[in-house]
Ligand binder design. Structure first.
Ligand SMILES: [Zn+2]
Length: 446
């Protein structure tokens, strides 16, 4: 069963030179090789718009080799890497150096986000766009270490080495240039003043939830939407985690703001009740919240208000994640289980093909790749995932390709198994060769 833009149907997919040449009921064209996918789902490769390669910067946590091996194994054929590597991607030069590094290691295609600092200039945005940035990301509660060239969680500080976080003023100042460039502006949506008001020692998971209340997300979404609205930019809310945040975004959309929403499998599948089972591996920011939040996010996805499921794949070492809740760093790997978890969610919602929208066509369009990625149709890259709907997968640490093997999805079971993954017609599921290319959004700056 081939998932085409017109819906699922029985078909042959003919690939020539890494590009889909035809999708027809039966193709008799001469071929050098054929793959029998009878009884399988044939799906477009996944596009994860939110990953953290840690490369360059923290090779003990992850690098482009391990990240993209995990992606390939999980049917994700494009990853968009966030800019908080070290040095942070805040200029065209840093972006180009990171692109060269990624090209030398990547098993799947990749795109790169650029960083918005409070000191970022319109010229720097223009430079990063020209170098191929897929969009810009502002971390509203994260300062910037001038000596380490690193984004650090630190909403308020007197340290002279720390440049204050980008704020709503930064967004307002840069929005006209972002609009002119036609790229999305993503925010880590936690308002620093709300976080400051709720700061406390984190000894229990309840403390963690109280220290990162949903009001922080809702306030950040509303304020960023207000400053973005007049300029007409596409505001992208990363890792939406709460009912309150979703409601704030929907209010702003109704008021005319252009907003895209992404949420993550961990917010759709887990709640605070899972902490006793999962432990500190579950720590991430924003946090996995309550059953009410989870239900609201699932409903937002069902209604199409949330269009993209990404992972916020953010590995650390297993040693770091084994620390206490207070000391363990925030984040979990996720890219390898994104497609399977979304197939499961979609199946449970009653329409398994929805998963390809959340994971492939919508994120591809978001990234400006709608002419080459995100569909099994003539002219598109032959990025194809073959899934067995009769086999099951249990998420097990020994099969994880990320450096951090014990992630938040460990032990989960899905009613599907990935049989093979193709990037431009080449099998990449088992890793090995370096095939990845940098993707650049198709843009027409005005
Ligand atoms: Zn992230």
């Amino acid at each position: 069963m081939v998932c085409t833009p017109e819906g699922p149907r029985q078909a042959d997919v003919h690939v020539t030179d890494g590009v889909i040449a035809a999708v027809e009921p039966s193709i008799a064209a001469p071929r050098t090789r054929s793959i029998d996918a009878q009884g399988m789902y044939v799906l477009p490769g996944g596009v994860d718009v939110h990953v953290h390669s840690r490369d360059p910067g923290f090779p003990e946590k992850e690098d482009f080799d391990s990240l993209t091996a995990a992606a390939a194994a999980g049917g994700i054929t494009v990853v968009l890497d966030m800019p908080n590597t070290v040095p942070a991607v805040d200029s065209a030069g840093v972006l180009e150096a990171k692109a060269a590094l990624a090209r030398s290691k990547a098993h799947v295609d990749f795109g790169l986000w650029g960083l918005i600092r409070s000191s970022t200039t319109p010229e720097q945005l223009e430079g990063m766009a020209a170098a191929g940035a897929v969009g810009f990301k502002a971390y509203l509660a994260y300062s910037f270490s001038l000596s380490r060239k690193q984004v650090l969680y630190s909403p308020d500080t007197d340290d002279l080495d720390l440049e204050p976080p980008a704020d709503y003023g930064t967004l307002a100042r840069l929005a006209p240039e972002v609009a002119r460039l036609g790229l999305p502006l993503a925010i880590h949506a936690e308002d620093p003043t709300v976080l400051a008001a709720f700061r406390r020692p984190v000894l229990t998971y309840g403390d963690l939830l109280e220290s990162r209340p949903p009001e922080a997300e809702a306030v950040a979404v509303s304020a960023a939407a207000a400053v973005a609205k007049e300029s007409g930019i596409n505001l992208h809310v990363a890792h939406l985690s709460s009912a309150l945040g979703l409601h704030a975004a929907e209010d702003a959309m109704r008021a005319g703001a252009s907003i895209s929403l992404e949420t993550c499998p961990q917010f759709l599948l887990l709640t605070d009740q899972d902490f006793d089972r999962v432990g500190p591996a579950m720590k991430m920011l924003p946090p996995i919240r309550t059953a009410t939040d989870r239900a609201a996010l699932v409903d937002g996805l069902r209604r199409g208000v949330i269009s993209i499921v990404s992972t916020d794949h953010a590995p650390h070492t297993d040693e770091e994640k084994a620390r206490s809740l207070d000391e363990a760093p925030a984040g979990s790997p996720g890219v390898q289980t994104l497609y399977l978890s979304c197939l499961q969610l979609a199946k449970d919602m009653g329409d398994v093909w929805l998963a390809t929208r959340w994971v492939s066509s919508a994120p591809a369009a978001f990234a400006g790749l709608q002419e080459s990625k995100g569909a099994i149709a003539p002219g598109y890259d032959a990025d194809i995932v073959i899934v067995d709907p009769r086999a099951r997968t249990r998420v097990a640490a020994q099969r994880m390709r990320s450096r951090q093997r014990h992630g938040v999805m460990e032990g989960m079971e899905f009613d599907f198994a990935i049989k093979d993954v193709f990037l431009r017609g080449e099998s990449v599921a088992q890793g090995g060769r370096v095939h990845g290319r940098m993707v650049r959004p198709a843009l027409v700056p005005t």
